[in-house]
Design a protein around this ligand. Structure first.
Ligand SMILES: [Zn+2]
Length: 371
């Protein structure tokens, strides 16, 4: 079987020097961390369901090297006192000093400062690309900063094709260094509109089930999104909007409706709580949704806790999206990084041929690619 994984973060392989996906329980985790011999460490992929507790600073504070552990959703992470000291993390928004929790951009700021650089980073990414190829992936749409983009551009023989998805904050730097290559193309420019359901930062229309009056975090208003769409279209570029909650999706749709996009196939990533009405509006504006069929089998108990049974049943509504006929592609978001995991679910709720289409068939038809 062949796959396009239309939503990857290969740089996360930089945070897999110890693979947290294999960790079973807090004792196992601490044993592995205590055995680490280096100067500093940032790891990605812990999951409280496997560890048994939601990690806090107190669990890792006895370790005397700077340590950051990023939760599997990439929207929250925990640091120890040594990391707080070395990185000079100051109190303020998106940092809970008591529990040592960092959120969203402040989390990734710290992660970027602690992650391996240069050849060590290139090696981590090569390892990831080979893993992708071995799973049948022929193309990835990978979120990149300037450094990761440069790694792809300087590789002679990439094992898979790469569509570069630059972050809005640094897309100009990525474009500046870009030169046409057989296996590397420029794709969509990423903008975060909200966070995740697990971290309770996805922006909802109604409050979370387990947090009274809390609807999550809106990172960009529709006015700001509209400005970005106009700016990107002026350069022939399309946007990739990370929007998970129905409130965030609403903000995106309002922006598109105000702007009236000239280009087809601007993307919304995840669209987890999209309603049927919103899907119809997305279809009218020729938007492309990148959804994660792996999320429901992977995160359903988190959804039930955060949203309650009724709303949880409506998360990632693949069947509805398929029947509405909105343009859609599948990507793993690397939770887990294994397209067969999502494929099995998509095959079950849609059909085998539809699962194949959203994972690869569209690419074979050459859809969504022209800019
Ligand atoms: Zn992602």
């Amino acid at each position: 079987m062949r796959f396009v994984d239309a939503h990857t973060h290969m740089e996360l392989f930089a945070f897999k020097e110890i693979d947290l996906e294999d960790v079973r329980g807090i004792e196992d985790l601490l044993r592995k961390l205590e055995g680490f011999g280096g100067d500093s460490l940032a790891l990605w992929g812990w999951d409280e369901r496997k560890i048994g507790v939601f990690l806090e600073k107190k669990h890792i504070d006895h370790l005397d090297f700077p340590l950051l552990l990023i939760r599997v959703d990439g929207h929250v992470g925990v640091v120890n006192s040594k990391a707080i000291e070395v990185l000079g993390i100051e109190e303020g928004e998106k940092f809970d000093p008591e529990r040592g929790l960092l959120f969203e951009d402040r989390l990734w700021e710290a992660a970027n400062r602690l992650k391996p650089k240069g050849e060590r980073l290139a090696n981590c990414i090569r390892k990831g690309l080979l893993k992708a190829r071995d799973m049948g992936v022929v193309e990835i749409h990978d979120y990149v900063d300037e450094e990761v983009a440069r790694i792809y551009l300087s590789e002679d023989d990439l094992p898979v094709s790469v569509v570069l998805m630059p972050y809005y904050e640094t897309y100009r730097d990525v474009l500046k260094n870009f030169e046409e290559k057989e296996k590397v193309r420029i794709g969509w420019v990423k903008v975060y509109v909200d966070g995740s359901i697990g971290a309770r930062t996805a922006y909802l229309k109604e409050p979370y089930a387990d947090r009274e009056d809390w609807r999550g975090v809106l990172l960009k208003t529709w006015e700001e999104i509209a400005g970005i769409i106009t700016e990107l279209e002026g350069q022939g570029l399309r946007v990739s909007l990370h929007a998970i909650g129905d409130g965030a999706i609403e903000e995106c749709l309002r922006a598109f409706e105000e702007v009236g996009p000239r280009l087809r196939y601007h993307r919304i990533e995840h669209a987890e709580l999209i309603t049927e009405d919103q899907a119809l509006r997305a279809r009218r504006m020729n938007l492309l949704l990148c959804t994660q069929p792996n999320f429901n089998p992977y995160f359903m108990d988190t959804y039930v806790k955060a949203l309650g049974e009724e709303r949880a049943r409506r998360v990632n509504p693949l069947r509805m999206l398929d029947s509405v006929g909105v343009d859609m592609v599948f990507g793993s978001d690397m939770m887990p990084f294994d397209p067969t995991f999502g494929f099995r679910y998509a095959e079950k709720v849609l059909s085998r041929s539809k699962a194949e289409y959203y994972y690869f068939g569209w690419r074979e038809e050459g859809r969504y690619l022209e800019i």
